[in-house]
Design a protein around this ligand. Structure first.
Ligand SMILES: [Zn+2]
Length: 477
């Protein structure tokens, strides 16, 4: 078997979090009673006329700017015809030849290595309803609340080369959407979904293989599994002397396999044509530029700045910027004291993340805000309290709004730098741990850390670690 490579392109659908739907004034909200958020426009009653929601265009352009796309100044909608019970009017209003954004590029990282994926286009379109198949019920029900919910579809060039890369890229897109605030990105509510196009070709070949499209992918890990399955399926066909046939396949994540949905399908099958009910709109250059100003500093820019200005590792910078709220929290900390940025990062990724993970909460819910956290870190930095005392103070601060210094005084946690007292503790610890002392004398230098820890414990976390370290080293000579 020759060396093959996998070629992947993605079509990502993200629901926009506008107040109302794309072509009518129905509310755009998830989880409402079935068929109660719809009107003649979104259910496609004859004679009802759609009116384009300006916010949808604005949000799509914001995403275009965030992904370095060019923006089309002429806005045109097209009808994509297909017949399915979740779409009563039998066509979807979408975009065909003039997507609102095109020719973009997104930078991201895989295992710390920089990668780029080109964006072919970003278009706006309406979502369809939902079919409800109930267990034990012969009929299928339809809920049209989702009809007319605004979507952007982000189409990439086939620039991805592994399922892992695709997963990482999807995470990047989700993070960007969160940063620019245009989608809730709730996977469990289906507000971000994707179709993947997979083909294989001999390594080094410039020609693309025949691709298959996989639909019904609702999670990013599902996308990764679907790609692996599809690549293996295609390779086994080729290995057995077969030919790949272009088709659309349905991914079944529970079964971990895909099945044929329909064979070759091309744009012409949808008989696209200009949507006559929505006039062409010429977008003002000034408006397009103004939307650019709403794009905040994006994850990749933050990573570069954190590494450059605060000497964070790429991994730490990536972990902080991956979550928008966490990045804002960190930024607020560094605005208070940028010299303690690295300490703040360690606390955010360490104790604070642990606390939040245990409760399945986001940093917005963390009771200690950046200003109080930084007051605490300054106490450590000025050697007023030890690091281990700081952990204790933080745990008290979670339920007590008092100033960190007031807590330190109340709890008697001031760092103890009294040499005589510390020396007593050091001598006690050396007597009790004679085995460790022997080990140290045999050349096991790392025992020192253990002994410092024991002294800190004896001092109830109040001892000055530097002083203890010095006293221990002297005694052990
Ligand atoms: Zn409606």
């Amino acid at each position: 078997m020759k060396d093959y490579e996998i070629v992947i392109g993605l079509e990502i659908h993200a629901e926009l979090n506008t107040k109302t739907k794309i072509f009518c004034s129905c509310r755009n909200s998830f989880g409402e009673k079935e068929n109660e958020q719809c009107c003649p426009v979104c259910t496609g009653m004859p004679g009802a006329l759609p009116v384009l929601n300006q916010k949808v265009v604005e949000y799509a352009i914001r995403m275009g700017h965030a992904t370095n796309c060019k923006i089309n100044s002429l806005l045109k909608q097209d009808r994509k015809n297909y017949c399915y019970p979740d779409l009563p009017k039998a066509y979807q209003i979408s975009q065909y030849d003039l997507p609102v954004c095109y020719d973009g590029e997104v930078e991201f990282a895989v295992n710390g290595e920089p990668r780029k994926v080109r964006i072919n286009r970003i278009q706006i379109e309406e979502d369809a309803g939902k079919l409800l198949h109930q267990e034990g019920v012969a009929n299928t029900l339809v809920d049209l609340n989702r009809c007319g919910v605004p979507l952007i579809e982000i189409v990439t060039e086939p620039d991805l080369r592994s399922s892992r890369e695709a997963h990482e890229f999807l995470e990047t897109i989700r993070t960007i959407l969160m940063y620019i605030g245009i989608s809730d990105c709730k996977m469990q509510e289906g507000s971000i979904r994707c179709d993947v196009n997979v083909s294989v070709r001999p390594k080094g070949s410039e020609v693309l293989g025949t691709r298959c499209e996989m639909k019904n992918i609702n999670t990013f890990s599902g996308a990764q599994r679907a790609i692996d399955f599809e690549a293996a399926r295609q390779l086994s066909i080729l290995e057995n002397g077969g030919v790949i046939v272009q088709e659309t396949r349905r991914w079944d994540d529970d079964a971990g396999r895909s099945s044929l949905l329909r064979s070759k399908e091309d744009a012409q099958d949808y008989r696209f044509f200009y949507e006559p009910d929505i006039p062409l709109v010429a977008l003002e250059e000034a408006w397009i530029d103004q939307i650019k100003a709403d794009v905040p500093e994006l994850p990749q820019e933050k990573i570069k700045r954190y590494v450059r200005d605060f000497c964070l590792s790429k991994t730490d910078a990536g972990n902080i910027s991956r979550n928008y709220e966490r990045a804002l929290f960190f930024d607020a900390c560094t605005l208070i004291d940028d010299k303690l940025a690295k300490n703040a990062a360690n606390w955010i990724l360490g104790d604070i993340s642990k606390y939040l993970n245990e409760r399945n909460e986001e940093i917005d819910a963390f009771p200690v805000r950046p200003s109080r956290l930084m007051s605490l870190l300054q106490l450590v930095n000025k050697e007023i309290i030890s690091g281990s005392a700081a952990k204790k103070v933080l745990s008290i601060m979670l339920e007590d709004a008092a100033d960190p210094m007031a807590i330190v005084e109340r709890e008697g946690l001031l760092q103890n730098s009294n040499e005589e007292e510390m020396l007593r503790i050091v001598e006690d610890v050396l007597v009790v741990n004679s085995r460790a002392v022997e080990d140290y004398k045999q050349g096991r230098a790392n025992v020192l850390g253990f002994l410092v820890g024991q002294c800190m414990k004896q001092s109830k976390g109040k001892g000055d670690p530097k002083l203890i370290n010095r006293l221990l080293t002297e005694r052990l000579k």
